[in-house]
Design a protein around this ligand. Structure first.
Ligand code: MG
Length: 266
């Protein structure tokens, strides 16, 4: 009797962890407001369900945001390359020094065709990205990835991709900027965090972009938040079980959490 009671109790009390993208998901795509999500955040906090940001932002950008959002504990930054654990220790996939020495060892023709964040002042980054200068300074405080503008040709770009792969980095393109990234994405970073948790918690994941779909599909419950600027929905496999929100940003986030909790926050 006792073992089966224990089993029932452990299932009903299985811990839940929420992993969430920020821009276009918990934060409005244009205004960065999260007010429609506040009731959902409050219910999760009251139930001691942690909310872990999983974002392309740097830790320097993330820290003040987490404080505004009332989030403490772990976080995943730079698209999975950087993990901040609850004790504030940092786990980087591919260190900054390794990335900088990889850049320093590139052939001159290739390196001179790159304009990296580390080559630019905060004012220049602000001009190129549309961030204000204070935000640009935070975006420049990178641990494990490096955005750059490319001024070379396709052959040189292919040579750059090969050189990065040889140093265990990857090349990816997002909008105007290319990015040097280590081989650890958002979904893989979540696995690193979960590997230390026994028993494994139930995972919920929310995101709006193509770089979120792997973590949404890997989670026990995933929600794709509507975003008219994203083609993530078209990238989902047939028969997926994701919740698709009707609303965008934090209103969609709130609806997804309500659906997962089976509660509508009154
Ligand atoms: Mg997003």
């Amino acid at each position: 009797m006792i073992p089966s009671e224990h089993k029932i109790q452990s299932v009903s009390e299985q811990k839940i962890v929420v992993f969430t993208d920020l821009d276009g998901t918990l934060l409005d795509h244009n205004t960065y407001s999260f007010s429609p999500a506040i009731p959902a955040l409050q219910v999760l906090a009251a139930r001691s369900i942690p909310v872990i940001p999983v974002t392309s932002k740097t830790l320097a950008e993330l820290r003040p945001l987490m404080s505004v959002l009332g989030l403490k504990g772990s976080a995943i930054a730079e698209n999975g390359a950087v993990i901040k654990r609850g004790d504030d220790s940092i786990d980087c996939a591919g260190s900054r020094s390794k990335l900088l020495s990889c850049l320093a060892n590139l052939p001159f023709e290739i390196r001179s065709a790159m304009r990296c964040f580390c080559d630019m002042s905060a004012a220049e980054i602000a001009t190129e990205t549309g961030l204000d200068e204070a935000e640009a300074a935070l975006a420049a405080q990178r641990e494990a990835t490096e955005p750059f503008l490319w001024g070379g040709d396709e052959t040189e770009l292919a040579a750059l991709a090969d050189a990065l792969t040889a140093s265990d980095f990857r090349l990816t393109q997002g909008g105007r900027f290319y990015h040097i990234i280590p081989p650890r994405d958002k979904a893989a970073a979540i696995e690193v965090l979960l590997a230390q948790k026994t028993p494994r918690p139930q995972t919920w994941a929310l995101g709006d972009g193509p770089n979120d779909t792997a973590m949404l599909l890997a989670a026990d419950r995933g929600a794709l938040i509507a975003n008219p600027h994203s083609d993530a929905k078209n990238l989902l496999p047939d028969g997926h079980q994701l919740y698709l929100s009707a609303k965008t940003g934090p209103a969609g986030w709130r609806d997804a959490i309500a659906a997962f909790l089976g509660s509508d926050f009154g």
